[in-house]
Design a protein around this ligand. Structure first.
Ligand code: 1HE
Length: 269
């Protein structure tokens, strides 16, 4: 799947630690600090947040990649200096705001992972909606080794992918998962050969961009919240979201198209 990407213009083009392109309804956002293995300093965190908030209105899905040999080396440790407790909390909250801008933003995001996806890099990946791993990808949480704790939302999001036991193993024992193991345990939803990740990410982004906007909204905003509720409360919220989605003109047209035999069937893949 090759899309004809052109560099974005306007304010997002000024974000110097990212490269951003668009092709129709798909944006490609690339972490662009390869000399530091895309280690995330404060500027990069806030640029990621800005990028998600400033995507042009025609963009309906995004692909996130990392420049160079690794997706992301996590927190820029050179900035982890003499922070006070209060500054540490605010720093973590800054990451939370940026990761929320990805997870609860306007468009679904596919992360394409290769090489090291460690620490804050895994926190960024886990904020995305879908993860495609190339065979070279590996996952670690070296926070334990560095004497710190996850602060970018990892403790809330990573156990929802791999479970508390695996995350505990990664942090207490320094366990590193390779791409295959990560795929089996639920870090990535797709596993592809080296070099094939971007094409797969674009294919998935195009598919997501073609969904009815309210369906994507429900999946991105309602589904993770319902999963956090009690079953009874979750079912109640589900019924509201379902009624809102099916009442939308896009849903009516899509259902009519199927009944008129104008829409595709569900096929085995
Ligand atoms: C960095 C960082 C970084 C590389 N902060 N500068 N993350 C970690 O503990 C991971 C630390 N990094 C590594 O284990 C390795 O760098 C990699 C496996 C990712 C890549 O290895 P390699 O051999 O390709 O590169 P390198 O030679 O280690 O690094 C190249 C340069 O990037 C080098 O700088 P240079 O000036 O000597 O060229 C490294 O110092 C620099 N670099 N990673 C700062 N992380 C919200 S809280 C999240 C908490 C965390 O993320 S903790 C985990 C931090």
């Amino acid at each position: 799947m090759s899309l004809d990407f052109t560099p974005i213009t306007g304010a997002p083009a000024e974000l110097d630690l990212l490269k951003i392109w668009t092709a129709g309804a798909v944006a490609h956002i690339r972490l662009n600090r390869p000399d530091k293995r895309n280690a995330v300093n404060d500027r990069l965190v806030s640029q990621l947040q800005s990028a998600m908030q400033q995507l042009p209105s025609g963009v309906r899905a995004a692909v996130l990649t990392g420049e160079g040999a690794h997706f992301c080396a996590g927190l820029d440790l050179s900035e982890l200096s003499e922070r006070s407790v209060a500054e540490g909390i605010l720093h973590s909250r800054m990451w939370h705001a940026a990761m929320d801008a990805i997870q609860f933003g306007r468009v679904p995001v596919v992360a394409v992972l290769h090489g090291a996806v460690v620490g804050g890099g895994l926190e960024i990946a886990s904020s995305c909606h879908i993860r495609v791993a190339e065979a070279s990808a590996y996952y670690g949480l070296p926070e334990g080794q560095r004497g710190i704790f996850v602060g970018g939302g990892g403790s809330a999001r990573i156990p929802r992918l791999v479970g508390v036991a695996t995350m505990t193993d990664m942090m207490l024992c320094g366990r590193v998962l390779d791409a295959e193991d990560g795929y089996r345990r639920g870090v990535s939803q797709y596993l592809v050969a080296d070099g094939a990740g971007f094409a797969k990410g674009c294919e998935l982004a195009q598919r997501m961009a073609s969904n009815a906007p309210l369906s994507n909204f429900a999946v991105m905003q309602a589904l993770p919240r319902i999963a956090d509720l009690s079953q009874s409360d979750g079912l109640f919220v589900e019924s509201l979201m379902a009624a809102i989605a099916q009442g939308d003109d896009a849903a009516k047209e899509r259902v009519r198209a199927f009944l008129d035999k104008r829409a595709g069937k569900v096929e085995r893949q």
